[in-house]
Write a protein that binds this ligand. Sequence first.
Ligand SMILES: [Mg+2]
Length: 173
Amino acid sequence: MILFVDMDEVIADACGAFLERYNLEFNESVTLAQCHGREVWEGIPEERRDVARRYHHEDGFFRNLKPIANSQEILKALTQKYNVYIASAAMEFPNSLREKSEWLDEHFPFIHWKKRILCGDKHILKGDILIDDRSFNLDPFEGRTIMFTSPHNVNSKGHQRANNWQEVGELLL
Ligand SMILES: [Mg+2]
């Protein structure tokens, strides 16, 4: 069985890094909880959004993300049972390609480079299971879909949900 796993907001804490960067620059303490039900940038004042939007383009942003809790051990276990591919729309931020690759080398060394699909549109993916935090990736997927909970998607419906990696393990192991 082919299992595709997204990176940002599924195995890599991009939201957390965004807020950390924002809070540092503006000396604030916006929390993930304040971003529930909306995009993380929607949780900050409108006049600062243009500044904050460039964070994803800064060198080092994707290289220094923290792995999502328990993603490493559960994903490692899943590789014993499934043909696991990481699938990330990395082309949205072209500079992220090398950083994402190096990040996987460090935190997910058991995912061989041949199992990393750093791509544009994920709609081309054909496989059995997709774990992602975005409806626009999950909706067109023809196999089983699992929405990984992230503050922005708490109100999204229509897909089986995993709130954390323990729950992914319960569903798939
Ligand atoms: Mg994602």
